[in-house]
Structures are given as C-alpha cells and as structure tokens.
Design a protein around this ligand. Structure first.
Ligand code: ZN
Length: 489
C-alpha cells in the first residue's frame, strides 16, 4: 500500500499565552526576556501555605477567544491540580482545568482545496504555565554540566485550545493554525507569537485506511515551534506510520519529539495516561463562576470578527471575497485599508490591489500583524488617485512608491520634483512615434508582413524613449495610426 491509500487524522492542542499584565494566580508581572527569577513571589514559587487568587483579566481574555470561536461557556468551571514532578514546576503540580473546563464546542472554518471546512473544537480551558529549564552539558568537561531554572514564566496564564480530530493533512493543520492565530490576535487576547512561545502546538496524529471510520493508534508530536514545522512534522509522521504499517509493525502509542534539523521525529516517552497525573480539584481555588452579565459584557466588547469583517469589506467596497479575505490578515491591516479608502473613496479596488501586491511584499510579518504599512494611508490613497486621474502611469507609480518609502514625501511633491508626470500630449508623443518608426524599417516591414508581436516591440521602444512616462493608451493609438494606416494606400 502507498501513503495515498491512507488518510491522516489530526487533532491539535494549542497552548496560547494570554496578554494579561499579571500572572494567573498572583500579582507578579508577566515579563518576557527579563532577568531570570526577577518576577516571582511565594505563590508562583509554590511556597507552602500561600493562597492563589484567580486573575479576572485572564478569564476575560479566555472568554474573548471562546466567544469568538463560538464556544459554549460553562457557568461554573473548576481548576484542577495536574500532579507531576519537574524542576521547573516548584509546586509539584500545575493548576489546570480537567473535567469541568471553561468552554466547550465551537470551531473554526478553514479553507481547503475542496472548499470551506469547519474544524470543531473540543474545549478551551484555562491553565498556568511552568517555568523554564536550561541545560548545559559541555562534552569537553561533563563534570561542569549544570541545569538552571528560571521561574519568571511559572504561573503565566494560558488557554489550551483542543480541536476534534477533524484535520486531514499537514496543509489543513497549517490553515487551522493560521486562522486560530489570527483569531487570538484579532480579539486582543494574545500576541500569538509562536517563535517566542506565546503560541505552542502539540499534534496528535494517526492514520487509517481511506474509508475506515475507526481511529488508528495516535502519536503525539511535541516541540513544534513554528506553523511551518507543524505541517512538515505531520506529513513526516503520517509517512512514518504508513511505512511502519506496511511492514506489518503496528504504530506504538507514544510521544515523539520533532527535530527541526533533521526534519524527523524521534521517540520521547511512552504516552502517559491522564490517571498518571492524579487530577483533583484545587482546594485553594473556589469554583470559577462566569455570570450571564460577564459573558454579555465580553461579547459586547468584541470587535467585528474576521469573517464578518471580510464580508463587510467585500460588500461595502465591491471587492472579491478573496481580496477581502487577504485584507483581513490582521485587524490593523484591514483598518489601514479602510483608512486609505477614506482618502480616495472612488477606487477601493485600486487601493486593495496596491496593498495586496506592492505594499504587502515590502512588509515584514510583524508589520503585517501591526498593520504598519510603509507609507501613510493618505499617501497611498493619493498615489492611486494620481494613477486614476492619468497624472502618472502604473509603471511610474511603482517607481514613485519606492521613492515615497525612501523619502517619506507625498506623491504630488515627488511627481513635481522628479518630473514623473505622464506624457499624454499627442503632438509630443507623435514626434517620438514617428522617429521610432522611421528608425526601424525592418521591424515595420516585419509587422506589416504579419508579425503582430512586433507591435509590442514598438510600444516598448516609445516607452523607453520617454523614460516610461508616455501614456500607454495614447502610444497604442498613435502607433496603430503610423503602422496600420499606410497599408490602406
Ligand atoms: Zn508570583
């Protein structure tokens, strides 16, 4: 059997750091990149006798994501202790939610080659992060090996977003993560930065023969620290399992570690069962009660969600659904588009085209997320309006954009300063056309002899002679007259 006889069944568990000012159960500030162990207190260090207090902001941010994803919110949910030992977990347990999570159901729509597909969520629950261990193991002197622990991250609020096993390929998982990351950023719940660890993903992957409905043995893959790695790791793991089954070896249920350098996975540990963690309700934390009023308050404070915003952009500005979807890659980017349109409402389509091609290509991912376009929205609008009113050609506009970015000047100032105004004067262009035609008798003969492609060559010559400033429509018309007319005689 080949890989194409199998289908992959994938569920993702995404840990997402919430953008709170303080930690989940104490008043320590959430910091990134600060001096080790500088943002800690007896609560997040797990001293005996201390009492954790639920951070209301954490719950509000989790509610934003859950409501945006269409989840059902539990009026009462329960924090549980997940017991395990690790040096970066000073309490000996992690506070999480187990059998009574904050939210269940909901889902996200992803775009696949077969069309739109709804990926269901199992649940979204709250938990705290652990600290960070750093291991030093110098081969030249193993006696100098050491492990250091930084507990700044211990107690940082997270949500875990668990999907149903609805994903069928690495590509679908990729799309899902792109949508999920956009959503948590869109509602201001998380910065969603996977490289900095504020979004972390584990993938549960199994395969089965196409047509089968029972689930195969699943393998959990960890250490997926970019969305591209998630896709690669899933593809690799599905192929590994298929090869194993083809050789008559059953898939072993285990946790495997993705190794970006070799683009392979290796076994990490056999999968522990939930009972190994001895979950039980945290006696220090009461039931988390979320009132109907609180839910309504959060719902009212949510912005228009990405899909709705895209549909509204498309209908208000006459854009294609594809362009509208691209413009909603982040909320600030969609805002930048609408700001530009407000300065030149006559041509939203033109502004969208410039934003999605020339401008987007010059933006870093961080700029895209922040909607930080390289020219003021007003100048972009003015650039498009100068093309629309015939002052400059589309070709010159590209040069002009580069100048605008370099100098920060307005299109109008640069058009005057650099003499970029488009030449439409028929007398002036007529002279140039005549000269080009007279200087190239062979090409003229070739064109008249039926070589239609030679026409484009003449257009190119005239554009070159005018430094690209000739109005192409006028040039076309004059060239037709010069080249086609004499044949009538
Ligand atoms: Zn603390």
């Amino acid at each position: 059997m080949s890989l194409s006889d199998y289908e992959s069944v994938i569920g993702l568990e995404v840990h997402c750091q919430l953008k709170t000012r303080t930690k989940a159960f104490c008043a320590c500030p959430v910091v990134f990149g600060a001096e080790a162990n500088s943002s800690v207190c007896p609560v997040c260090l797990g001293y005996p006798g201390v009492l954790p207090v639920i951070n209301r902001e954490m719950v509000s941010l989790a509610l934003r994501v859950a409501l945006a994803a269409g989840c059902e919110i539990a009026p009462e949910s329960v924090f549980a202790r997940k017991n395990y030992f690790y040096p970066d977990l000073p309490k000996g347990y992690q506070i999480s939610q187990y059998d009574r999570p904050l939210a269940t159901g909901g889902g996200l729509t992803v775009t696949t080659p077969e069309g739109e597909k709804f990926i269901r969520l199992t649940r979204i629950h709250l938990e705290e992060d652990a600290g960070k261990s750093m291991h030093e193991f110098p081969w030249e002197d193993v006696s100098a090996s050491s492990s250091l622990v930084d507990l700044n991250r211990a107690g940082t609020p997270l949500i875990e977003i668990v999907s149903e096993p609805d994903l069928r390929s690495g590509d679908e998982a990729y799309e899902y993560l792109v949508k999920l990351r956009r959503l948590v950023r869109w509602v201001d719940a998380s910065d969603g930065n996977m490289e900095e660890g504020s979004l972390r993903c584990d993938a549960n992957v199994s395969i089965r023969r196409k047509g089968e409905t029972t689930l195969g043995t699943k393998v959990e893959i960890k250490n997926l620290n970019s969305i591209a790695h998630v896709r690669r790791a899933i593809e690799h793991e599905a192929a590994r399992q298929a090869e194993s089954l083809d050789k008559g070896r059953p898939v072993v249920q285990e946790t495997r570690l993705w190794q970006p350098d070799s683009q392979t996975t290796r076994p990490m540990r056999s999968k522990e069962e939930a009972m190994d963690y001895r979950y039980f309700p945290d006696p220090d934390l009461g039931t988390l009660v979320v009132s109907r009023d609180w839910i309504d308050e959060v719902r009212r404070s949510l912005p228009e969600l990405p899909e709705a915003r895209g549909a509204s952009l498309a209908s208000r500005h006459g854009l294609s659904p594809q362009d509208a979807a691209l413009l909603t890659l982040s909320r600030p980017f969609a805002d930048a588009f609408e700001r530009a349109v407000s300065f030149h409402p006559a041509n939203p389509k033109g502004i969208a085209n410039w934003l999605l091609s020339e401008i987007l290509a010059r933006m870093s991912d961080a700029d895209r997320q922040a909607g930080k376009i390289p020219v003021p929205a007003e100048n972009l609008a003015s650039l498009v309006s100068r093309i629309d009113d015939g002052t400059i050609s589309g070709k010159i506009a590209k040069e002009l954009l580069a100048l605008m970015i370099d100098t920060g000047k307005t299109p109008d100032d640069l058009i005057t300063e650099k003499g970029l105004r488009q030449v439409t004067d028929e007398g002036l262009l007529g002279d140039t056309v005549r000269k080009v035609v007279e200087a190239n008798p062979q090409q003229v003969a070739a064109y008249r002899g039926g070589k239609a492609a030679a026409f484009g060559w003449f257009v190119g010559q005239v554009m070159k002679a005018t430094g690209g400033k000739a109005n192409p429509a006028v040039v076309n018309q004059l060239l037709r007259q010069a080249l086609d007319a004499p044949q009538e005689g």
